[in-house]
Design a protein. Structure first.
Length: 218
């Protein structure tokens, strides 16, 4: 059976072969709209977020304009993505903070981003990596599941899994790899579509695995 380092190389090789281009799945036009889109994606799907952001950004494409939109109007627009009351308040509040503290610009640091309402480490990591090109490895529950399934981590939560993945892969690959794993998981190794024995990566990393693999939930 391949070692952990060998499994990491298998994963990287297959993902590079399948996904040479890694477009960001959330529609946006700048760091601010990306930040809002990622915030909306919590406990939702990118596809659903992309259905509401055109209307949202037509009203508030910048922090200055978003801060003038009523919370009720934002909530009505984003209702399909879920958790609308909390998310709408966070969007209005963080827009005002960006105006007051950062002249309307999205801060380019993990520390400042994670202080914003509704912005956790994963959201900050996506913005830092995809908007500003800073090496980061955003890990959500899906990447956590795949990393366990592929034998890249035994982490009990996304924090531990992120640390393990950063040790396994070169820093200059993190931003691309994060998206490649998401794409592969959706197309080939979803929670229902593969049980750890069916897709190409699972079969190559664990050629002798016969039983379904049950991951530790984050």
């Amino acid at each position: 059976m391949p070692t952990k380092k060998e499994r990491a190389q298998i994963v990287a090789t297959i993902l590079d072969e399948l996904y040479q281009e890694t477009p960001i799945p959330l529609d946006h036009k700048d760091p601010y709209t990306l930040l809002i889109a990622v915030l909306l994606s919590a406990q939702s799907t990118d596809k659903r977020v992309n259905t509401v952001t055109p209307a949202l950004f037509s009203k508030g494409p910048t922090p200055f304009k978003m801060a003038k939109v009523s919370r009720e109007a934002v909530e009505k627009i984003i209702k399909p993505v879920g958790l609308a009351p909390r998310k709408s308040q966070n969007i209005i509040d963080l827009s005002k903070i960006l105006i007051d503290k950062f002249a309307g610009e999205v801060p380019q640091s993990f520390e400042e981003l994670e202080k914003l309402p509704g912005v956790g480490h994963k959201t900050a990591s996506v913005v830092m990596s995809q908007a500003f090109g800073v090496p980061a490895f955003p890990v959500d529950t899906h990447i956590h599941r795949l990393a366990q399934r592929w034998g890249l981590t035994s982490g009990k939560n996304v924090v531990e899994t992120e640390k393990d993945l950063k040790k396994l892969f070169p820093e200059d690959s993190w931003n691309k790899l994060h998206l490649q794993i998401i794409f592969y998981g959706r197309e080939h190794c979803s929670a229902r579509g593969c049980d750890g024995t069916k897709c190409r990566i699972c079969k190559t990393c664990y050629p002798k695995r016969k039983k379904a693999f049950n991951h530790l939930r984050a």
